[in-house]
Design a binder for this molecule. Structure first.
Ligand SMILES: [Zn+2]
Length: 227
């Protein structure tokens, strides 16, 4: 699962919880940020094999700290607790329910990975591995990613008040993510090394976070003059 994770970020943001979209963009990929970091440190292990599954080249054969069910729950709790100091630091409105949503957003990553991954997600440690393996079916997996993303964006647009120009930017961002997913799923490429893949994860995910930050600033400071 790749851009489908962002559907949860879009779907979680409402006018009521006021969680910044960029924070949700980190939350839904929090486990992958940990994973990429641990791969770079040589602690978690990854092989990149052409044709490993129809929709992905990643053989993530050892990732018990970032992607086991038990640690996914633990990281979700850590993220929910960490939301309070983050809000304090950045001056965002904090509510307990928003912290709970952050925790759910982090955990959603594991559930969506469960659908896509082959049986490489451990329940605990490095054993009892599960995964429904939708990545073995390239077109259905791609369709699910896009359907989820579209659904998330529709909810985001419906449940948040924003100027027209920002609506356009959100839709353009969504289309850009679709293009990224087309590239990831369908454009053949030579496998990168494990470390280069992990670096790519950091670079791309952070780029999306920055775009999410920028998108929510569009039209934010424009004052509407009374007639
Ligand atoms: Zn993942």
């Amino acid at each position: 699962m790749f851009v489908g994770h962002y559907s949860v970020a879009f779907a979680c943001r409402t006018e009521r919880n006021r969680i910044p979209l960029w924070v949700l963009f980190i939350a839904v990929q929090f486990l992958d940020y940990l994973w990429a970091t641990l791969v770079l440190l040589g602690i978690e292990k990854l092989r990149v094999i052409k044709g490993f599954t129809a929709g992905s080249m990643l053989d993530s054969y050892f990732h018990p700290y970032s992607h086991s069910l038990i640690t996914a729950i633990a990281w979700s709790v850590v993220a929910a607790i960490g939301y309070r100091p983050l809000c304090k630091w950045l001056g965002y409105t904090y509510t307990k329910s928003a912290a709970f949503i952050i925790g759910l957003a982090v955990f959603s990553h594991w559930i969506l990975d469960l659908i896509a991954h082959p049986r490489d997600l451990p329940i605990y440690d490095n054993t009892a591995k599960v995964g429904f393996g939708l990545w073995n079916y390239r077109d259905p997996e791609f369709a699910l990613e896009i359907a989820l993303l579209a659904g998330g964006i529709v909810l985001y647009l419906a449940r948040n008040v924003m100027p027209e120009i920002r609506k356009g930017a959100v839709i353009a961002f969504g289309l850009a993510l679709v293009i990224v997913q087309i590239g990831d799923t369908y454009v053949p490429r030579t496998p990168l090394t494990d470390k280069a893949t992990a670096m790519g994860v950091w670079v791309f995910y952070t780029l999306f976070v920055l775009i999410a930050l920028a998108v929510e600033k569009i039209g934010a400071h424009r004052k509407i003059n009374a007639p």
